[in-house]
Design a protein around this ligand. Sequence first.
Ligand code: GUN
Ligand code: FE
Length: 476
Amino acid sequence: YLHDSAVCVDEHGVIVKVERGGCGGSGSGSGSGSGDTTSSSRLLQSLGWSEGEVDVVACREGEFFFPGFIDTHVHASQYPNVGIFGKTTLLDWLDKYTFPLEASLSDLGKARRVYTACVRRTLRHGTTTAAYYATVDVAATNLLADLCLSLGQRALVGRVCMDSEATCPSYYRDESAAESLERTRQTIEHVRAIDPGFELVGPVLTPRFAPSCTGEAMRGLAEMQREMDLPVQTHISENRGEVALVERLFRGSRSYADVYDAHGLLTGRTVLAHAVHLSEEEAALVRDRGSKVAHCPCSNSSLTSGTARVRWLWGRGIDVGLGTDMSGGYSPSVLEAARQAALVSRHVAMNGDGEGEAETEAEAESHKLTVEEVLYLATRGGAVVLGMEDRVGGFEVGKQWDAQLVGFGRPVRDQDGDGQQEEDEDEDEEDEGNVDVFGWEDWEERMAKWLYVGDDRNTKKVWVRGRLVHARRGRW
Ligand code: GUN
Ligand code: FE
């Protein structure tokens, strides 16, 4: 994170210089930026540039820049169902809530309303990159890609492949493996046509999960993956009933991970959501293939799927990012996912990692994730998982300006020391925060408060590729 800092961004949205510290003060910025004019001009001077050539963004006292959040697993099509899951678990949740909603989005008017709301909502929570699942429908999936591009969110957009007659409802599936592959091609072509350089939006192959796909479709997708070097996203080992179903459907395979591997889908560009119940042997296979994991703690708790073990995955050499998994997860916020990753890691510490309870306090302790670690998962970890670490996830010069400006409102003041907070005559209503910061907290403590107490009211501005895509208005 950057506080008391100014950042210089070129016309392609690339960070060209970062000036840390010593800015202080407040004022309105130049270009599309905000904040301190003095530090902005100083930065421009040091680069030998004049105003207008580049944008300078600066933060005011008490505010900080944070890399934009990366949601490595989210179903845009399920956004209307957030919070609606009752007591279901994965397989009956899919049948009862998820497939009917997804099928209904072949109505393009409805799809537009849902996708627009989803992209806007996630942007205001600071999600600058999302790996989206849309639906089976080509036109609606293409529309999601259009909307990400126009609203300015970096995204991978996947048309959902599900062609198994045995497991998919007749009202919602591809009619054959050939149709599944053909429709996938149509979406790839569309996404590549609207953003040929993949500056913002790119395609991702999306076999829903092994139970909903035929072997033929999975093999066909793997072939496309190799031909076009595309990313792949799917689900793995989320819930015990699902693992048992995979065992029944793919007799003779060694494991769930082995099913994907046997069909050529465990690649260095594959993002596996959940991975709650992986065995040692599966973890070794996933690591050997270089596939990555999207940890979805909110979803795993809501659908009572299990407690995924991030430290265990890391210990086995697997890269991990965070997914909201809306609407298995109920929150559109990656900050919430990070907070829940911290809590779930504490449940692993209390209840063990699947191989029984921890034997020593130190072993239990080791499972806990720190504030820094879960915020890493939310940003740089996600960038690694999506193969975008050279572009996003941090503030190194040369990376894209995908960022959020975070603030807490004014410090709670008691200047005359009477134990009462001062009535501030000219108190700016817009500056009333939801997190009470007293002014004495150091930056590490402020980060912890933001993680555990913060929300989108603290996200004042959001940029993607240098473009301002959200600015908070009104009282907050
Ligand atoms: N497994 C297959 N489809 C889905 C889905 O839509 N959400 C979740 N959480 N798991 C799945
Ligand atoms: Fe999911």
